[in-house]
Design a protein around this ligand. Sequence first.
Ligand SMILES: [Zn+2]
Ligand SMILES: [Zn+2]
Length: 164
Amino acid sequence: MKNRPPPTSPDREPGVDLAGAMSYALRVDRSTKQKRAIEAVLQNHRKPLTAAEILSLSLREVPSIGIATVYRSLKSLSSDGQVVAVEIPGESPRYERADKGHHHHFLCRGCGEVFELEKCLEGIKKMAPAGFLVEDHEIILYGACPSCVKKRKPRRQAVCCGKY
Ligand SMILES: [Zn+2]
Ligand SMILES: [Zn+2]
């Protein structure tokens, strides 16, 4: 076993891993930046977004971001209680900020977009028979968004022969 003293240089104190500390700081800084970009994307959009949508919107801010990073940041933001997943059967999970309060969603069958609804049904707890304790509920409305409703109209008119 060789007994060499640790290498020293005038601008570096022995025992301090500056390079390691700096690369750690850069890593932390990068992941914070990526997380902030994702938070900003969710803040600026009034509807829940899929990981793929979050990725394409975040790329404008952080060009180095990838889908794995998006999932990692979403997981971390979810465990911090800042982001919640919106699960719609048969759909990829979407994500939105957790501070929005109680609300529901509308899925457009035309374009596949999910929109936020501000209201909830009154008296929903009374739907359960006597003796049941309602703790939670899920409501999803399905249909066509305004722009898909507009797209439907010309097709209906085309069916008409024009005589009437
Ligand atoms: Zn639509
Ligand atoms: Zn509700």
